[in-house]
Design a protein around this ligand. Structure first.
Ligand SMILES: Nc1ncnc2c1ncn2[C@@H]1O[C@H](COP(=O)(O)OP(=O)(O)O)[C@@H](O)[C@H]1O
Ligand SMILES: [Mg+2]
Length: 344
């Protein structure tokens, strides 16, 4: 952007009261009250789109932009106006949900359990004990997201979608991606699939949060990212904040991290997979074993929560635990060398 353009924005920001917006904003720099330095601060903080401004809270924007609440309120209102944010009828919502893209898991039964596949624009939490298939499902989705729409993926024409994989446990294996892509070799180019997976290894909570911020700032606005995997969401948080005195800090940071993820999911229509390793309590046959680990912040992070457990051999059982839409059903699937499959 040229300095001249920035100047003109500064001018318009100085008399927002007298200027009645006749033309709707098409970018954040068109919003009243946003001059070049404010715009730079917002972009830096990941608020580069009108959508992100329209959905941010007054308090948050005010602290990021170092602007008064009244000014910030106007900025948010202008962004909402530009995007026509208003109520809509349930019929319209239904129509849009019908068109909502879903990603196949590789298992038809699992897809049916999920109401047709993994939803975009929302987060799905996979939780369960060690070796229940959380990482394998995440790997499988890295592949299937890139399938053509007619095969259960999100690829339209030749434009392969991208995947961001935040790996906190060091368990990402490109070799498994190759194995799992083999099944669809007629519909997918394995080399391109590998090229489109952006892998970030997070060694601690700060690193993990920075990776998500980097995705929001640098990749979402420019790349066709359709899936974010965070495997696993809270292991570092659990390890780093152990003492009682640090629990509030942990919850606060985790909350901030989850908020950034969910915001990105909604604004950019990403599918988000969050994994969470838990230990089943021997004294708790049914019920929710995650409470012991992440506290309720995690319990409310994802729109859909899926509890995974082992069965015989390669068999695994998935149970929908908490969904705004789906019944509490179960499905059996297989974790095999070729990936996630139906088993008889
Ligand atoms: N190459 C493979 N061939 C067959 N099964 C595999 C292969 N790699 C992993 N698995 C299966 O996946 C399981 C591990 O699942 P994973 O998703 O890593 O567990 P977690 O839930 O801890 O993330 C293994 O126990 C094994 O059953
Ligand atoms: Mg794992």
């Amino acid at each position: 952007m040229s300095p001249k353009k920035k100047e003109s924005n500064l001018d318009s920001s100085s008399d927002t009261k007298s200027v009645k917006k006749s033309v709707k904003a098409t970018s954040i720099t068109d919003l009243p009250g946003i001059g070049p330095s404010t715009a730079a601060k917002l972009v830096e903080a990941g608020y580069s789109s009108l959508e992100s401004i329209a959905t941010v809270s007054v308090g948050e924007l005010s602290s990021i932009a170092s602007l008064g609440e009244k000014t910030v309120q106007k900025i948010i209102e202008a962004a909402r106006e530009a995007l026509d944010i208003d109520f809509e009828t349930a019929k319209v919502v239904l129509e849009r949900r019908k068109n909502l893209a879903k990603i196949t898991t590789g298992s038809q039964r699992l897809d049916e359990l999920f109401g047709g596949g993994i939803e975009t624009g929302a987060a799905t939490e996979l939780y369960g004990e060690f070796r229940t298939g959380k990482t394998q499902i995440a790997h499988q989705l890295c592949v299937t997201t890139q399938l053509p729409v007619e095969n259960g993926g999100l690829r339209i024409g030749d434009e392969y979608p991208k995947v961001v994989y935040v790996d906190t446990e060091g368990t990402f294996r490109p070799e498994r991606i190759i194995d799992m892509a083999e099944r669809w070799k007629d519909n997918i180019d394995v080399d391109i699939v590998l090229e489109n997976i952006l892998h970030g290894r997070a060694h601690n909570t700060d690193h993990q949060m920075v990776l998500v911020e980097k995705m929001v700032k640098e990749y979402l606005p420019t790349e066709n990212v359709k899936l974010l995997v965070v495997d696993s969401l809270i292991s570092h948080f659990r390890a780093e904040y152990v003492g009682r005195g640090t629990l509030a800090t942990r919850q606060q940071k985790l909350n901030q991290h989850i908020h950034a993820i969910l915001h990105a999911a909604e604004v950019w229509k990403l599918a988000v997979i969050l994994t969470n390793q838990v230990q089943a309590k021997p004294d708790q046959f049914f019920g929710d074993p995650t409470t012991a680990v992440g506290g309720h912040i995690v319990a409310h992070a994802a729109q859909t929560r899926v509890y995974l457990r082992k069965s015989k051999g390669e068999r695994r059982i998935a149970r929908i635990v908490d969904s705004p839409l789906l019944p509490e059903n179960e499905a059996i699937f297989g974790v095999t060398a070729a990936g996630i499959v139906d088993v008889t």
